[in-house]
Design a protein around this ligand. Structure first.
Ligand code: HEC
Length: 121
């Protein structure tokens, strides 16, 4: 690569990493960061998770085993509030392939589970 091309790339980088952009992206990150979850909640949520979810959610989904769900790692990482609501609804209501947990778990347990899922990345 000749010097001119390197200079052009460097100047493009400088434009991209100019201070206002850096500030903006940091603000975006802060907004997207999951709210602080208290540790006790996360611990309780982990117990709920390990009892009820891995049987279906630690394998690989395939046509041969339609009742295996995706690995849930990262499911609540940097998500919008609507997506978080959708996950809570799925846990409560289930689907044709997944049981709903609204009668199996208390609302508090579901919130503990949500807290755990936020840290399960
Ligand atoms: C009997 C098996 C089974 C159990 C138990 C189960 N799931 Fe599922 N789950 C599935 C399957 C299969 C899917 C994918 C198909 C679908 O979305 O309905 C799924 C989908 C999901 C989704 C949506 C994933 C996405 O990408 O949108 C979430 C969230 C979820 N499960 C959470 C849980 C949690 C949390 C538990 C434990 C409380 C749990 N599931 C227990 C089978 C199960």
């Amino acid at each position: 690569m000749d010097v001119r091309r390197i200079l052009v790339r460097l100047s493009i980088c400088c434009v991209l990493i100019s201070p206002p952009n850096v500030l903006q992206s940091q603000q975006a990150l802060r907004k997207a960061a999951p709210s602080v979850v208290d540790k006790e909640r996360v611990k309780r949520g982990e117990v709920v998770f390990s009892r009820h979810c891995p049987i279906c959610h630690l394998g690989r989904p395939s046509k041969a085993s339609p009742f295996v769900g995706r690995n849930l790692r990262g499911i609540l990482k940097n998500v919008k509030p609507e997506q978080e609501i959708a996950v809570r609804e799925r846990i409560r209501e289930g689907s044709d392939k997944m049981p709903g947990f609204r009668y199996t778990l208390t609302p508090a347990q579901i919130e503990d589970l949500m807290g755990y899922l936020k840290t399960y990345n």
